[in-house]
Write a protein that binds this ligand. Structure first.
Ligand code: IMP
Length: 178
């Protein structure tokens, strides 16, 4: 593991500004929809969800879901397994999935299908980061914080083998150097 802090890709100030913009957009889109269920995908989305949810001006509740996306190092195998389902009843509710990052798209695609089986009124998706160059499956992302290149990012909830998850900004690392 490198001793140097990861170089900054997206600063705390830029994250804060973009999270406020997303919150305003989501609040406007859901203004007449009643209580929206924010489903945070553990672990990576916990900081983004905390910041975004506090900036919404609409009624909302929070649920969590946990999945394992099988990877060897930074490479996705495409296989996703449910580790923890939502606890509350989401039938007939408007659901917004809150993801840290969409890379190949396998995880989000699996989650949309899984949550739809609970028969919600709607399922939309919000990802802080998107790597459009890495997509392997087509998946709708309704709200995107930032598009980034095909690099490994850490911080603001994202990790590499559990390292750097609570870094206040988003930085880049080279998985081959770790
Ligand atoms: P996907 O199924 O390939 O779209 O991968 C989604 C999941 O892989 C995310 O929810 C993250 O947990 C993880 N992931 C993908 N790229 C990165 C990254 O650059 N940094 C940290 N985690 C990542």
């Amino acid at each position: 593991m490198s001793e140097q802090p990861p170089p900054v890709l997206i600063s705390e100030t830029d994250i804060d500004k973009r999270v406020r913009e997303l919150a305003a957009e989501i609040s406007a889109d859901y203004a007449d929809k009643g209580n929206v269920v924010l489903v945070g995908v553990l672990k990576g989305s916990f900081i983004f969800l905390a910041d975004l949810s506090r900036r919404l001006s609409i009624p909302r509740t929070v649920e969590f879901i946990a999945v394992s996306s099988y990877r060897s190092g930074s490479v996705s195998s495409g296989a996703v397994r449910l580790v923890m389902d939502v606890r509350g009843n989401i039938e007939g509710r408007h659901v917004l999935i809150i993801e840290d990052i969409v890379d190949t798209g396998h995880t989000l695609k699996y989650l949309i299908g899984m949550l739809k089986s609970h028969r919600p009124a709607s399922v939309k998706t919000c990802a802080l980061l998107h790597k459009p160059g890495s997509a392997q499956v087509e998946v709708p992302i309704d709200y995107i914080g930032f598009g980034i290149g095909n690099e490994w990012v850490v911080g603001y909830g994202l990790d590499y083998a559990e390292h750097d998850r609570t870094l206040p900004y988003i930085g880049t690392i080279d998985p081959d150097d770790q």
